[in-house]
Ligand binder design. Structure first.
Ligand SMILES: [Zn+2]
Length: 282
């Protein structure tokens, strides 16, 4: 009986999806690596337009001298990750760029269009280049998977009748992601409209998807994806850590990158499966 109900439900959802595809076909796409069907109203060019003013504002400040060495390290890793990302990009409007900002918080995020911001505190937490590469690859993966456009589309549909910036602002403030972002001097200078662009939190599913795409990116670029497991584990452990300084640093990051022990574990299983599959290939 239950099984029959499930079949009916699956058939009904398929019918809804099919009719939506007929009507909005151009807005459906398949996410690279996970092959999930996604619905987004935003092209990469449109995403880039949203992100451009914010990226321009950030780049209008000269690189702080205390982060120059970090920037050099990031640029080195990016020179391997960017070529590895090309087979996963279906649109030339996405161009990855990276910028280090001095901040006491552990955080990294991607502005729509492929611009990745990494806070200087990250360099005190990561143990090696593999862990740092994972932070970069994870943020790049949100862009590869076009999560921003998908999230905005979802919110747009959910709150029809509201202006997009307002609905996003409400969402971001509900998710508690404002504080981490507003805490840096540079970002404080930006207007609220720009902040909305980057504070969009990702859902748990999107986080897991970004982790998986990051594994592919890391393998392609010759990094060790297993490093991510240790990093997530350490971040999860430190949530209730006695070192309150450390747990303070990472609070902002965890508010939009939920990190529970199971995340590291499921990622490890995934990496094992990917490695096994690539060995099985002739
Ligand atoms: Zn993320």
């Amino acid at each position: 009986m239950l099984q029959q109900g499930m079949v009916q439900l699956q058939e009904a959802s398929k019918a809804v999806l099919d009719s939506a595809k007929e009507r909005y076909g151009q807005y459906f796409r398949t996410v690279p690596v996970t092959k999930r069907t996604q619905f987004t109203l935003y092209t990469p060019a449109a995403e880039g337009e949203f992100g451009a003013p914010l990226w321009k504002s950030i780049c209008s400040f000269p690189l702080q001298s205390k982060v120059k060495a970090h920037q050099k390290r990031i640029d080195g890793l990016a020179s391997r990750l960017i070529p590895a990302s090309l087979p996963l990009l279906d649109d030339s409007a996405i161009t990855f760029e990276f910028r280090v900002i001095s901040s006491n918080a552990f955080n990294a995020f991607c502005i729509p269009g492929g611009k990745v911001i990494v806070y200087s505190r990250v360099f005190e937490v990561v143990k090696d280049d593999d862990e740092l590469a994972f932070v970069l690859a994870h943020e790049m993966s949100h862009t590869i998977a076009r999560h921003w456009g998908e999230g905005v589309t979802r919110e747009q549909f959910r709150k029809q009748g509201l202006e997009i910036p307002q609905s996003l602002a409400n969402w971001a403030s509900r998710e508690g992601v404002w504080n981490a972002v507003i805490s840096t001097n540079i970002l404080r200078k930006l207007d609220q409209g720009s902040l909305v662009v980057m504070t969009l939190p990702h859902s748990r599913d999107m986080e897991a998807e970004a982790d998986k795409i990051a594994v592919t990116l890391m393998l392609q670029a010759g990094f060790r994806p297993e490093a991510a497991v240790g990093l997530w584990q350490r971040l999860a452990d430190s949530k209730g850590s006695a070192d309150s300084r450390f747990s303070q640093w990472i609070q902002g990051f965890l508010s939009h990158h939920p990190s529970e022990v199971s995340r590291g574990e499921s990622l490890k299983q995934y990496i094992d499966a990917v490695r096994a599959e690539s060995k099985a290939k002739p």
